[in-house]
Design a protein around this ligand. Structure first.
Ligand code: ATP
Ligand code: MG
Length: 422
């Protein structure tokens, strides 16, 4: 019986995983320098957590969640995003005590039942960052600057940071009504989706992807012209601080996001090197979400970036040398040498060297083993034949220049490490 993987998911294989590990290492390094600590929430939660936080009328909750009833009758959902779990954990573990800014990040898989295509999967990975407990615009600017620093260290170019403000609980309801009134005149021309959004989630009309709708959207009232004084001041300060940090951005008044919890600053990073699915990262402020889950007032700012799209945009010269070749290939000749070569391989590995060997059940020729050492680009070959077994001296061959030396078996680890400059 042959069983293949499920549509829309993929295996990350050796050869590619090295890029993933490198990207994750750079993330750990930079985020720690900004004081962020890693959190690993579970990948499934009570369905209500996502429905309530992301919003009942969003695409994610209406169409994309992997939800099932478990054997105990609980409604469970595989997480479609990470913020809801982090907020739940923050409240559950009383991370607001003692009061301070809590900075967290996570790396892991997310699940959405979407139509699979280039850059869009049903299991995909996100790196997410959440700074919780401050409304200071310095947080917004700092987190976006950190993100751009991360992209720069990865050698990514052609990225654009787009910024908007969605207002707050005070100014958004009035804006929503103004927007609805303006949309009402265009209902006949807008797509069926937007006709539904008009009632349930009118802000989403602004970022409809249908070309005709986009044209109409350009003429609709924008959030940025309907902000209250506090939101206006906050938004201006974020922009000033970004300029101070030397972080380039552009304003996109049509940028709204597919999750209801966003307030004030929202942003997206888009890549010019990706096709239709060009959003690498999205995020912003969510100042009331913690309170909605019965936590204390906790203004927050965060983002989530899609690792598949990020890895697709990596420049080839940055990634072609990731993953180093073996230090040593142990060539073992004849039957008698097998146990001694096993011992040597283990000893060299224990000393910190990367050692490869041949695993044929019947010993194969010198030539064939050297060919394998070459194919793996090993730095040295170490040859153990019956003569070497008797004399206790092995032949060490430098694969780059062909130079050969005899080395006492008791000196092998030190000798090879010296030559490798370790
Ligand atoms: P999109 O507009 O592409 O649907 P989104 O607004 O749904 O993105 P978010 O929920 O903000 O995306 O998630 C943040 C990032 O996660 C996206 O910018 C993208 O890089 C990535 N992402 C989202 N959905 C998928 C998916 N199905 N497959 C791969 N990456 C994804
Ligand atoms: Mg989406």
């Amino acid at each position: 019986m042959k069983i293949n993987s499920i549509r829309g998911v993929k295996d990350i294989l050796p050869g590619e995983i090295e890029k993933w590990r490198w990207v994750e290492t750079v993330a750990h390094e930079i985020f720690s320098r900004y004081g962020f600590k890693e959190i690993r929430p579970p990948i499934f939660e009570n369905s209500a957590l996502f429905a309530r936080s992301i919003g009942e009328t969003t695409d994610i909750v209406e169409k994309e969640m992997y939800t099932f009833t478990d054997r105990g009758g609980e409604q469970i959902t595989l997480r479609p995003e990470g913020t809801a779990s982090v907020v739940r954990a923050y409240i559950e573990h009383k991370m607001h005590y003692p009061p301070s800014v809590v900075k967290l990040y996570y790396i892991g898989p997310m699940f959405r039942y979407e139509r699979p295509q280039a850059g869009r999967f049903r299991q995909f990975y996100q790196i997410g960052v959440e700074a919780m407990g401050s409304a200071n615009p310095a947080i917004d600017a700092e987190v976006m600057a950190m993100l751009l620093e991360f992209f720069k260290d990865l050698g990514l170019s052609g990225l654009q940071l787009q910024l908007n403000s969605l207002g707050c609980q005070d100014c958004r309801p009035a804006y929503r009504e103004t927007l609805k009134a303006a949309i009402r005149h265009h209902l006949g021309d807008l797509c069926a989706n937007c006709n539904q959004r008009y009632e349930r989630n009118p802000l989403r009309v602004l970022d409809c992807k249908v070309e005709r709708d986009r044209e109409i959207a350009r003429g609709l009232p924008k959030t940025k012209d309907h902000l209250c004084q506090d939101c206006q001041t906050h938004f201006e300060e974020v922009q000033t601080l970004l300029r101070t940090a030397g972080t380039e951005f552009s304003l996109n008044p049509l940028l709204v996001r597919g999750l209801d919890y966003y307030t004030r600053t929202t942003f997206e990073v888009v890549s010019s090197s990706l096709g239709a699915q060009n959003a690498v990262c999205g995020g912003g402020r969510y100042d009331s979400l913690v309170e909605e889950f019965e936590g204390p007032p906790t203004p927050c700012f965060g983002f989530a970036l899609g690792l598949e799209r990020l890895i697709l945009s990596l420049p080839p010269d940055k990634t072609e040398n990731i993953g180093s070749p073996p230090d040593v290939y142990l060539v073992s000749l004849g039957v008698e040498t097998q146990r001694e070569s096993f011992r040597i391989v283990q000893e060299l590995r224990a000393s910190g060297l990367f050692v490869e060997r041949d695993y044929e059940e019947n010993p194969v020729s010198l030539k064939s083993q050297m060919r394998k050492a070459n194919a793996k680009a090993c730095r040295f070959a170490l040859i153990l034949g019956e003569n070497e077994l008797k004399s206790g001296k092995l032949v060490l061959k430098n694969m780059a220049n062909g130079e050969q030396t005899e080395v006492l078996s008791s000196d092998l680890a030190r000798e090879i490490q010296n030559r490798l400059g370790k």
